[in-house]
Ligand binder design. Structure first.
Ligand SMILES: Cc1cc2nc3c(=O)[nH]c(=O)nc-3n(C[C@H](O)[C@H](O)[C@H](O)COP(=O)(O)OP(=O)(O)OC[C@H]3O[C@@H](n4cnc5c(N)ncnc54)[C@H](O)[C@@H]3O)c2cc1C
Length: 495
């Protein structure tokens, strides 16, 4: 690991680079910080470790969690309010969700959508109604957090809030929706005069006169010192690729495949901790589950004891969290031939998650024996599920009527033990202006942060789009606040 201890400004003989606002990391949080800092009149420099802008954001599925009545929601006929959105997020993203942050985000969400559109991000006014990890084509709106499923739909008016930038010839990871989000934003930053230096890896903060004065970085084997006249914005992503930090804070992700990029090594968190920064919810993780949602919804998902534990038609990330965090990473999908064939025939967004079944059998008794379950365990689950499904009900877990049908022979089961991957959600504790908070309380003068190096909207639960959502929203806030900061003006109220 690099030396993250702060450097005293007094020992810096010459600054190699300088600007009013220096942003570390050119992904979603960094680009939005850079745009707003430049619009606020600051000279902005972005330092990026790799050879170009993008980060995990450019490789991502592009879901952005927005609502409260965005122009796209309205165009597609969906009613939503900031209050309904906040109720859902508080219920789904906890425990201990930050209601003040969620309320703030929801109040500004429709305006944030307009801001993205003004920057050139395009959204196609078409709704994708099916369960899936991603939209299959270039649809602009879909459910991305289980809003229309149990346990939320009973009490909170559901609305689709997953907004997806329009892409052409969808290829996830290669110029997919995440790239179509990042490209216009990077072009906007460039048009505003934002300077970027690539292949520059930041490793420590420079402190002086009781404030953050800049950064130390390294390029091509040479150390650089970079002066930030007004402020530093940290935006280098989470700590999924730092094995020591994962082991210490989020051990259930240890050894799992990472849904992140290797540059997410936690350096911003460590650099800021080295100057006294507070962190929060370091154990929170997003969890992906490698199951085809079209098949999950048509079958039943059971644990290592043959019992159901979640409504199978919900957001698959919620299933992933339940499997990894509550069920010891053990899950099996049980489905009948009719459901399997129907699911496979349906246009779906994630065919690459489809595997052939592990076992097939004419009876549940035979299937549970093949699966190594105690006799009668799965039989009891299927008998109860079928009895209620006959009447279109699922009193145990609340799966929607449209997916309820008794399972009939022949049956199949998929071994989905260990089918999870994830990324970290905890990080630096910031106020609503992105000002990094000291462990003793109050902001660290001149230090701002956004994106997955911070604790954002999700404190435990997750909905797809909340990372690009809080990264872009609070990246803007952090950039604007850093640009407004002048010497001796540490207390900047948020707009
Ligand atoms: C396959 C995949 C699909 C995803 N789909 C979604 C989705 O649909 N919706 C959603 O909300 N989230 C999604 N995510 C998660 C999301 O992409 C990230 O959480 C988000 O991009 C984090 O934003 P960020 O700005 O913190 O980090 P990034 O966007 O990764 O940007 C961080 C930047 O900092 C740079 N950097 C790192 N270290 C240094 C250093 N020392 N010095 C200088 N620069 C550095 C990195 O190279 C990178 O460019 C997905 C992730 C993956 C991997």
């Amino acid at each position: 690991m690099q030396d993250v201890r702060p450097v005293q400004a007094g020992v810096v003989e010459e600054w190699d680079l300088e600007a009013d606002v220096v942003v570390a990391g050119y992904g979603i949080a960094g680009v939005c910080a850079a745009i707003e800092a430049a619009r606020a009149g600051a000279e902005v420099l972005v330092l990026e470790r790799t050879g170009g802008w993008g980060g995990a954001a450019a490789l991502s599925g592009g879901w952005i969690y927005l609502g409260g009545g965005t122009a796209l929601q309205r165009a597609l006929g969906f009613d939503d309010t900031p209050e309904a959105m906040a109720r859902f997020m508080s219920a789904a993203l906890g425990p201990a969700a930050d209601d003040a942050r969620i309320g703030d985000y929801c109040a500004g969400s429709a305006g944030h959508y307009d801001w993205l559109v003004d920057c050139g991000v395009e959204f196609k006014p078409e709704f994708w109604s099916q369960p899936g990890w991603e939209v299959p084509h270039d649809e602009g709106l879909g459910y991305s957090g289980g809003e229309n499923s149990a346990p939320f739909r009973a009490d909170i008016p559901p609305a689709p809030r997953g907004h997806v930038p329009r892409m052409q010839g969808k290829r996830t990871g290669v110029r997919g929706a995440g790239y179509m989000l990042m490209r216009p934003l990077a072009e906007t930053a460039e048009s505003l005069g934002v300077r970027a230096e690539f292949d520059v890896r930041v490793s420590a903060l420079v402190t002086g006169d009781g404030r953050i004065a800049g950064l130390r970085a390294r390029r091509y084997g040479r150390d650089l010192t970079v002066r930030a006249r007004r402020g530093v914005v940290l935006a280098t992503g989470g700590f999924t690729y730092n094995a020591d930090m994962v082991a210490a804070h989020a051990p259930r992700l240890a050894g799992r495949p990472a849904a992140a990029i290797e540059e997410h090594d936690g350096v911003s968190i460590l650099m800021a901790q080295a100057v006294g920064a507070a962190v929060a919810h370091m154990d929170a993780t997003e969890v992906a589950f490698f199951g085809d949602p079209q098949l999950l919804a048509r079958g039943i998902v059971v644990n290592g004891r043959g019992q159901r534990f979640i409504a199978e038609d919900t957001y698959p990330g919620r299933i992933g969290q339940a499997v990894l965090l509550d069920q010891g990473n053990e899950a099996f999908l049980v489905i009948d031939e009719a459901g399997h064939d129907e699911g496979v025939a349906t246009a779906t967004s994630t065919p690459f998650f489809r595997q052939p079944p592990t076992w097939a059998a004419g009876s549940i008794a035979e299937l549970e024996a093949d699966m190594g379950l105690p006799a009668g365990a799965l039989q009891g689950t299927v008998d109860m599920y079928n009895a209620y499904a006959e009447c279109g009900e699922d009193p145990l877990l609340g799966k929607k009527r449209e997916w309820l049908r008794p399972l009939r022979s022949p049956f199949a089961a998929f071994d989905m033990r260990g089918f999870t991957a994830g990324f970290t959600l905890g990080g630096l504790r910031c106020d609503l202006d992105g000002r990094v908070q000291h462990v003793a309380g109050g902001p660290i003068d001149g230090l701002y942060a956004a994106g997955r190096c911070t604790w954002g909207l999700a404190s435990g639960g997750y909905a797809s789009g909340t990372s690009l959502g809080d990264g872009s929203f609070y990246g803007r806030r952090a950039g604007a606040a850093a640009a407004r900061r002048t010497s001796g003006d540490a207390e900047v109220p948020h707009a």
